[in-house]
Design a binder for this molecule. Sequence first.
Ligand code: ACO
Length: 703
Amino acid sequence: MKEDSINALLNPKSIAIVGASATPGKIGYSVIKNLLESKFSGSIYPVNPKDDVILGLQNFKSVSEIPGPVEAAVIVVPAKYVPGVIDDCGKKGVKGLIIITSGFSEVGDIALEDQIVKQARSYGMRILGPNIVGTLTNSTKLNASFAPYLPLPGKASLITQSGALLIAIDAISYTRGVGFEKLISIGNMSDVDFADLITWLDGDPFTSCISLYIEGFKDGRRFIEACKKTNKPVIALKAGVSTHGAAAAASHTGSLAGSSKVYDAAFQQAGTLRATDLNNLFDRTLALSLQPTMKGENMLVLTNGGGVGVLATDAAEKYGVPLKFAPEDVQAELKKHMPDYGSAKNPVDMTGMAGNDWYYKTVKFSYAHSWVDGLVVLYCETAQTNPEEIAKSIHKAISESGVKEKPVTISFVGGERSDKAMRWLVENGIPTYNAPDLAVNAMAALREFHNLREIVNHKAYKSSSNGGVVARKIIAKARKDGRGALTEIESKQVFAAYDLPIAATQLSTSEDEAVALAKKVNFPVVMKIVSPQILHKSDAGGVKVNIKDEAGVRDAFKTIMVNTKNYKAEAEIHGIAVQEMAPWGTETIIGSVNDATFGPTVMFGLGGIFVEVLKDVTFRVAPISESQAAQMLDEIRGAPILNGARGEAPRDKKALADVLCKYAAMIYELQDEIAETDANPVLVYEDGKGVKVVDARIILKSK
Ligand code: ACO
């Protein structure tokens, strides 16, 4: 039923326009005019209480008066009339509502928006919008919108949260030569959201690539799941990347989590490519809609100009596909098609002497060679060559190579003649750009997408322990005591219940007990105050480290008690924790937040006192797979430190990744209880020697 309704929204065979108008300049007039001008072949029914005929079409006074079936209705009446129109549509058996009208949640009227969704659902109808431009489809010639014309035909479909941007993209499609099958305005997403549309587009034979302009999601996890399920490339341009809620955060992790970083993580996990800006969205859409992915890491660059070759080399490194020298046999063959002073390494510089024939031969050979996983062809306009002829030579070489599953991108740098040649190449299926770095970026996107998809469906680690039972008992006790956070000892008990390697810590309530515990865990020990009111223990003089003997324990016990009394006389003191003094290791931090859009989200980064200054942290939506944990360790700036920088032995990354997986599983399982957590520091030892969580903090969700 639901799928059927989305089909009716995007692919209707009959459509009513409620609020159709005979007055030029009104949106209700534009929609009818656009449907007629786009030559939509289905039935078009204008609905307006006054007229008999609108733009030559028979008008109906209400939807229920329409004689035949109506699959979709475009609604362009003022907001206050929309509920009445929905009832009319529901009774008629309309399946999908395209609500252009503004004046709902975007202006604060959430109640009206909720009401229309409820109403539509009661009839089994789905809503696209409200507050949208409409939807446009080239294959069915459907322009159910007030954007003036269908976009340049192509294989990409674009969904946008900004209606104004849809109209602009519609126009740009012609100037940039980037074609679209569909342009869909999603507006307030009161009902149909990105996930619904991505799922539908996955089954659309006319769409090869899905591009998105996103401002925000309501349910981030639905988005991730929908993207994971489609093998079609999804490219996202995310606007609004400022941090939110950081100031109010109670944990380190809370203050480091910004919507931007969590969105970055979510897109990775969804297997979704990012676009950095609108131009980049067009560039990447062009490549992904026309070319297969780059399956290996060898990119070969052919050029007739040293300068563009160097620019391409720089871009290759910047975008994560660094060039390697071509093997000897490849170089030997390429040498045949250049003067002595050319270079056959990589970039392959045929020099300005390269004409049609050299381009043809080098492209044909390189594209077919098994070493080459992706080919970038560059051309600088010269006085001796004709760009259009060069374009045709390249295209002929590609077509005659017999190779199919290998990507090629091109850059022509020059004037009008090059522009014309570029347009011809794009029309003939090869993404072509006016700068070498853009052709390389496009190839990098084809490589990145391949890499993203490789691990996107790896299974997330699932906890097999009964940690939940232990954890919930501890949490219930804290709640009973009226506390919003667990003490360090309780937090560590929860961590231990999930098999996380904690530094052994026990509570003492007297000097004698502290001495007995210290002897049990072995000297040297650390002693720390345990009080729900003292979160920053060091600031309160509540921590003593490297205590070597019984006298030291007794001394530390007294000093900590005095210090903390002075710091906060009213603080409730549970006692003093005695903890094994973990040997020095690389300081890292693991933590979590419960993100408003994506739910429980785990963080990893380099720890220590600079953590909030350097912000060298990365996030993933929990739970995570082993490969995602490994990615997290590799993608922080400080990754070389874990790999053993400056002669240090490599750290135990395997144990650390295992801890990350277990941590993510823990916060996912306890998401109904836990708001934020920190494990800081988490000390990482030499390879094979494991990891130790030295300090722990769990902040509960307020209930
Ligand atoms: N059933 C059928 N027709 C009706 C009904 C009804 N229940 N009630 C009114 N109508 C008719 C009207 O008679 C009128 O037709 P007419 O021109 O023959 O008189 C027509 O529907 C439109 O009604 P108006 O009251 O004239 O409203 P108007 O056209 O000024 O505005 C609109 C309606 C366009 C829906 C407006 O309320 C609105 O929401 N505008 C913003 C839309 C928008 O920009 N959306 C996209 C946002 S994205 C972006 O920024 C690009």
